[in-house]
Design a binder for this molecule. Structure first.
Ligand code: ADP
Length: 425
């Protein structure tokens, strides 16, 4: 049991010794000064810290340890502290500096306390050297700044790279666009080629089909004429000669269609406007077309507005009227009336051809002006599918428009609009 330690209340001498050894060994500056700021006692660490010899600081004012520019303020603070002393740290949040004997600045942290000795106020300052902490803080700050710089640089690099990537993307898109366009062009050229080939084969089949009927009629009629060689066969002969003439005419018409389309397609037709009296011209064309009408079919021409001369390409205009009227004749029955309505107001000239024929099926209406296009309900009626295409091209050349309205089984109306200088009185 003798080894058991007991703690006794230390004697005053023990306490003094303990405080003294703490005072001497502390790695913290301890400065005791009176209320006037006169240093009374410093521990050895303080001397080492500030570079003073032992005993040198005693009797000096504490301001000697403070950089000159802060001394004035320190004196004020010190006076206040003496009036209202309490334990506190000094300059919290501020960077405090001490001044060594050799005039170097020393980053420090100071806390203050006080006590009374022999009825006088004594101030105790604890001074820690925070050079190392400041150095580390400084390094940290520098490191941080370096890091921030690096981050900024990296961000810049990244955004640069991003922009380059975007540019590359755009370039790629443009390239793709161009490639697509080129592909499209090739595809279109191929399609055009295909269309041309189709057109050619359609031409061959139309030509062979359309030529067969008049040619066989010619052969049959010619053979029959031979049989009616005797004078009494005169009437029959005349009938067959008529058939031959009509067939040849129909062949000529078909050939003419091909030829004029070919010319129009190759751009060989040039606009050749001339002045001519409009009504006379229309009457003449109508007269010609009357020769082609079916039994009891009539063509009625009605004109509204000014008469007089027009300045137009007569050849093209004739082709337009002939084609529209011949269609109206072809696609309507015997004993029906075809109307040609012309109207002229100022420089506006309208020509409408109306019939009560077979009309055009809705599904065909979008293709009417295409080369070789023939309506579903027109198969049994002779035709090449070129007439309306020729009409459209002629009207286009003259700077006009052509439109139509039609109902299957009820009839059709084609309307051409042209401009020509107003009639001269
Ligand atoms: P074609 O008369 O030689 O067939 P077009 O180009 O003149 O050639 O006409 C194209 C097609 O339009 C015709 O096959 C026909 O189906 C339709 N069409 C044109 N005009 C008329 C009309 N007046 N009435 C009914 N159908 C018409």
């Amino acid at each position: 049991m003798s080894s058991m330690r007991t703690f006794e209340t230390p004697s005053a001498t023990d306490q003094k010794e303990a405080v003294e050894s703490m005072f001497n060994a502390a790695s913290l500056g301890i400065i005791i000064s009176n209320s006037d700021g006169v240093i009374e006692q410093v521990n050895p660490y303080t001397n080492r810290l500030f570079g003073y010899e032992e005993g040198e600081l005693v009797g000096m004012k504490v301001e000697v340890l403070i950089p000159p520019n802060l001394r004035g303020r320190h004196v004020e603070h010190r006076a206040k502290f003496s009036q209202n002393p309490r334990t506190r740290s000094m300059g919290t949040g501020l960077d405090l500096f001490g001044l060594t004997k050799s005039g170097q600045l020393l980053p420090v942290e100071v806390s203050l306390t006080h006590y009374e000795r022999n009825g006088r106020k004594e101030v105790v300052a604890f001074v820690s050297d925070i050079t190392e902490r400041k150095r580390i803080e400084g390094e940290l700050k520098a490191l941080n700044a370096e890091l921030e710089k690096k981050v900024a640089e990296r961000t810049k690099e990244l955004s640069q790279a991003f922009m380059e990537l975007q540019q590359t993307n755009q370039d790629l898109e443009q390239e793709m666009e161009q490639r697509k366009r080129a592909e499209n062009e090739v595809r279109m050229a191929l399609e055009k080629e295909k269309e041309l080939n189709e057109l050619k084969s359609r031409f061959v089949s139309t030509a062979s089909h359309e030529f067969r009927t008049p040619l066989s009629a010619i052969i049959t009629s010619a053979a029959l004429i031979d049989r009616y060689a005797a004078p009494e066969g005169e009437a029959n002969r005349a009938r067959h000669v008529q058939t031959i003439k009509a067939s040849v005419q129909s062949l000529t018409n078909i050939l003419n269609d091909f030829l004029s389309l070919d010319k129009l397609e190759k751009g060989k037709v040039e606009l050749a406007p001339s002045r001519f009296p409009f009504l006379d011209f229309v009457r003449e064309v109508v007269e010609e077309m009357r020769a082609l009408t079916k039994p009891e079919q009539t063509i009625r021409h009605l004109h509204q507005g000014e008469a007089g001369e027009v300045l137009l390409d007569a050849k093209l205009l004739r082709s337009v009227l002939q084609n529209l009227l011949s269609n109206a004749i072809k696609y309507s029955a015997e004993a029906t009336e075809i109307r040609l309505l012309t109207r002229r107001v100022g420089s506006e000239l309208e020509m409408a051809v109306e019939d009560h024929g077979i009309g055009i099926p809705d599904s065909d209406q979008g293709h009417l002006f295409e080369t070789f296009f023939r309506g579903r309900n027109a198969a049994s009626i002779q035709g090449t599918g070129l007439g309306l295409n020729i009409v459209k091209r002629c009207v286009d050349l003259m700077g006009g428009t052509v439109e139509f309205a039609s109902q299957e089984g009820a009839g059709s109306r084609f309307l051409v609009r042209l401009t020509t200088p107003g009639a001269r009185s």
